[in-house]
Design a protein around this ligand. Structure first.
Ligand SMILES: Cc1cc2nc3c(=O)[nH]c(=O)nc-3n(C[C@H](O)[C@H](O)[C@H](O)COP(=O)(O)O)c2cc1C
Length: 209
């Protein structure tokens, strides 16, 4: 089993990365071959509309634009499992996440009949970390992120959305103008919930691999 783990948060060692590293350990525990990628290490943009993926008689589910992302797209389409994580930026996934999805989705979309060229099956774990509490998420973000999770059904496998709430954004709030956050409450929530989030991420990585 091949597992691609993709961190679409720009921060390489914080909440989203920690969840994904735990999910990767879960995948490894099943004997899967796991590759971990930080999206923000790569040079890429969203779809450039070159239309080469829509030419007649070309390989499908392949992005022809020559940059760092195209080989990753190939790896994703040939994986058995994708463990992908984003943080919430202004109510949405990161711009890097959107650029990736735009490229993945377009090169697997048929302009003959709008069907999906991708006929394989990839299970997806979709990890979303945020400042918001669960109550705030349920009221404001849930429907939208369930729709983003639904988009990942293009891979024809199981999709498991895992929201991780109330994360620590900095290690010392006293150094920042972030008066709307109560550091004591944030740290208490983090200590209570984050270890469970990591365990759950491990189990999801294991189950989907
Ligand atoms: C530019 C920016 C925008 C953000 N917008 C939101 C937001 O709309 N809602 C939210 O709950 N958290 C928001 N956050 C907080 C992050 O989603 C949260 O701290 C997340 O866990 C960060 O993930 P990371 O530690 O992997 O970078 C924002 C953070 C940044 C830097």
């Amino acid at each position: 089993m091949k597992v691609i783990v993709l961190n679409t948060s720009p921060r390489k060692a914080w909440n989203t990365a920690k969840l994904l590293k735990s999910a990767a350990e879960g995948a490894k525990s099943t004997g899967a071959e796991v590759e971990y990628i930080d999206l923000y290490d790569l040079h890429f943009t969203g779809c450039r509309g070159c239309m080469l993926c829509k030419r007649k008689n070309v390989e499908r589910c392949h992005c022809y634009w020559k940059d760092d992302l195209s080989p990753i797209i190939d790896k994703i389409f040939s994986a058995d499992t994708l463990l992908i994580g984003t943080c919430i930026y202004l109510g949405r996934p990161t711009s890097g996440y959107f650029a990736l999805i735009e490229r993945l989705h377009f090169c697997s979309l048929s302009y003959d009949d709008y069907s999906n060229y991708f006929k394989g099956k990839i299970n997806v774990g979709f990890f979303v970390s945020m400042n918001a509490t669960q109550t705030f998420y349920d009221q404001l973000y849930k429907d939208q992120f369930e729709a983003y999770a639904k988009e990942l059904e293009m891979f024809n496998g199981k999709v498991c959305l895992y929201p991780c709430y109330d994360t620590l954004q900095v290690s010392d709030y006293a150094k920042f103008s972030m008066g709307s956050f109560d550091e004591r409450k944030k740290k208490a929530a983090h200590e209570e919930h984050f270890p469970k989030d990591l365990e759950n991420a491990f189990r999801i990585g294991q189950a989907l691999s």
